[in-house]
Design a protein around this ligand. Structure first.
Ligand code: ADP
Ligand code: ZN
Length: 595
């Protein structure tokens, strides 16, 4: 016997219709077939197994590596009136016993479990005595060594298929390039299943990169101008910088908290809890922060330092806007940072591995300096070809000031050639600018005809130009250690004058608004109401000690402001409300809405 998915979607989750592939995936799973679901963060993966769980008889087991995330999901489901529980290493013997007991009595519909729990102490035998409807394997990329977060326990999951041949399995992930996808299918024996690939684009995230001048001031004005009322994450490279920036932001009047591996675990836990449970918190963090944080309303992710490659950048920025509302990924890019990171890259790695790391870093730099649509460049890197510009990145919104730099590029290339392709950026620029250094005297490069011919440009402009020649593949640096610049095949037509070369001037004239409120709320009165609803939500959340978004997402509150329900039945129709929440929270929210 099974219940109708659309009905469950409306009555339990309060959403009017399925999104993208959800409906097809759910039908597939209800037909007891295996599936691999590739969907971007915030795409709506959870419903792909939660709805079937509620449609079918028996228990759905959700395998997830992230304990914090598990707990959140369980809380969110309980708020909807769904019988959900989690079993992980944080539970005591008694708690585990109680959960087993509830399972035996069929009192649980969804069980979240960490893989090591699943295989511990004959739990699998115990499961065999229950009626199992579905296995959901979340963060499925953890099964692959190609993935960025390999977990050996995940390998054992292949035996589920042998032990429960008739129970369908659905594996889900938001980050898997082609080799990782293949690996997941093989290792989990999903060959007879179907792959649902929705691509990885995050259309609601606006990508913005600004040239670093005074990075801290730029950050502050970015936050004040676009995200003054919002929560966000600011990534820095070092612990010390995290502390400094957090402190400065606090002095500036923001609520900012530090997070890095050097803090005690208590302190980290507290800061993370506050980030999840309060509004308008800025988390200043090293990359130690973020795994397993599925706060849906992170409105911005700002990078004050360069990530080490585009995978890291995509994953870190991907923590913004999981709820699908407008969000910003902002990065301050400074040429002076490049050297610093290059030095750190691949410490302790083999020569070959180091080379890969450097190439990946160069791809990131290419992305930072591109004058093309950033989303196209990003998706292209992940193997997705796009024909159209996105209209939601800085380059689309405010096309960069481009100027023709063909002659300058030719001059720089000639200079590299004339000096035997043996020198790094510094010396090449010295020659172009006619500098008077030891190295120049010793090398006799002051005798070259192009010595001092580059005075039309300043040093930073030459640096930028050479960077762009590098990131676009006209030249390459040797990786053996001297950083000497070598001409590549690609520069031939440019040198011959068959091709022009344009570069960006780093200057943004206009601002593209990503203020969620500005876009979605019509007037100050609506903004005030939205703030009141948020305050009520926060109060209710505090009483239950749960994050506010577990009660209602921002999106749901915005819908309330727009729809202005005046009765419980109208309230129940707001997307994201559902029956249980109508009963539980409807009256309180209606009071504000009808005031
Ligand atoms: P993922 O796990 O893919 O990152 P989630 O499952 O957490 O994403 O879903 C992201 C957000 O989208 C959640 O707030 C969820 O409630 C919402 N959502 C999912 N499916 C729908 C739908 N069909 N209609 C409206 N909202 C949805
Ligand atoms: Zn674009």
């Amino acid at each position: 016997m099974s219940r109708d998915p659309s009905h469950i979607l409306q009555s339990v989750f309060g959403y009017p219709k399925f999104r993208g592939d959800q409906s097809a995936i759910i039908e597939h799973v209800l037909n007891k077939r295996d599936a691999l679901v590739l969907m971007p963060t915030g795409g709506g993966k959870s419903l792909c197994y939660q709805v079937p769980a509620l449609c079918m008889e028996g228990l759905t087991i959700v395998i997830s590596p992230l304990i914090a995330l598990m707990q959140n999901q369980v809380e969110a489901l309980r708020q909807l009136g769904v019988k959900a529980a989690a079993l992980n290493s944080a539970h005591s013997q008694e708690e585990q016993f109680a959960i087993r007991d509830a399972l035996k009595r069929g009192k649980i519909t969804l069980l979240y479990i960490a893989p090591e729990r699943l295989f511990a102490a004959r739990f699998i035998d115990f499961l065999s005595s229950l009626e199992i409807a579905l296995f959901a394997i979340d963060e499925a990329h953890c099964v692959s060594q190609w993935g960025h977060d390999f977990r050996p326990e995940y390998l054992k999951l292949s035996i589920l298929h042998e032990l429960f041949p008739n129970v369908p399995r659905i594996a889900l992930t938001a980050t898997a390039d082609a080799p990782t996808q293949k690996d997941i299918i093989e290792r989990l024996n999903l060959e007879y299943g179907r792959v649902f690939n929705s691509g990885f684009d995050r259309p609601n995230i606006q990508y913005r990169i600004t040239e670093k001048k005074n990075a801290y001031n730029q950050l502050v004005s970015f936050i004040k101008n676009t995200h003054a009322q919002d929560s966000g994450i600011v990534y820095c490279m070092s612990r010390r910088k995290v502390e400094q920036i957090a402190e400065k932001l606090v002095n500036e009047g923001f609520t900012a908290l530090p997070y890095h591996a050097g803090l005690t675990s208590d302190r980290r836990f507290q800061n993370q809890e506050r980030f999840l449970k309060e509004d308008k918190i800025i988390m200043v963090a090293t990359i130690a922060f973020g795994m397993g944080i599925d706060k849906p309303d992170v409105r911005f992710v700002a990078h004050l330092d360069l990530p080490k490659n585009l995978e890291a950048y995509y994953q870190e920025t991907g923590r913004a806007g999981r709820d699908g509302l407008p969000a910003t990924a902002w990065l301050a890019f400074g040429h002076q940072d490049i050297v610093k990171i290059r030095q750190l890259l691949g410490e302790n790695l083999s020569q070959e591995q180091r080379q890969i790391e450097h190439q990946k870093f160069t791809a990131l730099l290419g992305y930072c300096e591109t004058i093309e649509c950033r989303r196209r460049v990003l998706l292209d890197y992940f193997g997705e070809k796009r024909q159209e510009d996105c209209g939601n990145c800085d380059n689309c919104l405010n096309p960069a000031d481009i100027h023709d730099a063909t002659e300058a590029a030719q001059l720089a290339l000639s200079c590299m050639y004339r000096t035997g392709q043996l020198y790094g950026v510094g010396h090449i620029i010295d020659v172009l600018l006619g500098a008077d250094t030891e190295k120049i005297k010793n090398s006799g490069h002051d005798k070259l005809p192009l010595y001092g011919k580059g005075n039309d440009l300043k040093r930073p402009e030459w640096q930028s130009l050479i960077r762009q020649l590098l990131s676009l593949g006209y030249i390459a640096t040797d990786l053996e250690g001297y950083g000497s610049l070598k001409l590549q095949e690609k520069c031939r037509p440019l040198l011959k004058g068959d091709e022009r070369f344009a570069v960006r001037k780093f200057e943004f004239k206009k601002k593209g608004s990503t203020k969620t409120r500005e876009i979605l709320l019509e007037n100050p009165e609506e903004e005030a109401l939205f703030d009141q609803l948020r305050a009520l939500r926060l109060e209710l959340a505090k009483k239950q000690n749960i994050p506010p978004y577990v009660i209602f997402h921002d999106k749901t509150l915005l819908e309330m402001v727009q729809a202005r329900p005046s009765s419980l039945s109208e309230f129940g129709l707001i997307p994201g409300v559902g029956e249980v929440k109508t009963e539980k929270y409807g009256p309180l929210f209606l009071e504000l809405l009808s005031a």
